[in-house]
Design a protein around this ligand. Sequence first.
Ligand code: MLT
Length: 412
Amino acid sequence: MAQLNDNYLKLKAGYLFPEIGRRVKAFTEAHPEAVKRLIRCGIGDVTEPLPSVVVMAMHRAVDEMAVRDSFKGYGPEQGYEWLRSAIAGTDFRAKGLDVADDEVFVSDGSKCDCGAILDILGSKNRLAITDPVYPVYVDTNVMAGHTGEADALGAYAGIRYLPCTAANGFTSEPPLEPVDVIYLCSPNNPTGATLSREQLRDWVAYALKHRAIILFDAAYEAYISDPSVPHSIYEIPGARECSIEFRSFSKNGGFTGVRCAYTVVPKSLQASTADGEFRSLHPLWSRRMTTKFNGVSYIVQRAAEALYTVEGQAQIRALVAHYMGNAALLVSGARTAGHTVFGGINVPYIWVSAPSGYTSWQAFDRILGEANVVITPGSGFGSNGEGWFRVSGFNSRANAEEVSQRLQALRW
Ligand code: MLT
């Protein structure tokens, strides 16, 4: 008798974004007249066309694939050397950070890597996860059987939730007790909060003390405008001994549909075997990639490489400026409407308080029903997100302006 993975049955609801899609579909079926007016600011999906350097690089790569002498079959599972070298050289070594080319693993997305990394970690690790949080960190641990059941509030046994609230600026200090694996995301999705150098130092010191591992999600790194905010956890001395960093081309190069990201696994990062012997994780991740992954397509890797040219870096800055301009409009609209607003400074998400008496989903329903705008309910990111909602600045300028107006026109 074949058995299913019972852990999937512990998952509380559908993944947040499909759940939003389901509700929006139900709404538009009931109100077809609203379809034209609908503006989607739910999932953080890019809207602007690919940078021209990317398009040209892809065209060139397609032409190479069309000719016998330059055709490519399987590439290296960890990524082509020229891309790993461009990444390590530009994103790290040029900034004084010690990351070798072969510590960079190119993949098809940070979401995938955040889930896949659990393959090389044990199942008994004590987890610390901020709340609210990008739901993938929690759900992938549930699927892997690293948690117990969820309670009535949706909190899973075995996870040490770190509450992030308006009172602590939506950031958390390390817990008093030891944990083994810590998820940090800065700039933060969904709240827009960033971890300062001092806060990251505390986390690295904690991880070194407890021989824990920090899984550091820096998918929104390109959006950092505050010069005091670290772009990489490797800016903190000691982080190479305790951290894995995830980066993505989705939000800086507009690759959500193209698919390319990378993960840094330093060779100096070790974890304990069941017998208490410390071993490097780098060969395990390499083994995992070569066994379960066939690499990102040549065409896409050439596209990612183009982002590291002078022109490519300028085109990233233009995209970032566009989305951050939208975020500024949304912040101003939501504040004028009387909401408390976080975020919108180092990430193009704004994190908005629902009016008193409204849950996140109730606010979602009213904003959808009356303003015909899709937002993301904060409670979908964790129980501490209740009473908040996220509005994404990934949109056209015209839509961001319109959403800003509609938020102001809503009478609660
Ligand atoms: C989000 O809306 O939180 C992100 O787009 C999801 C993702 O990057 O997977």
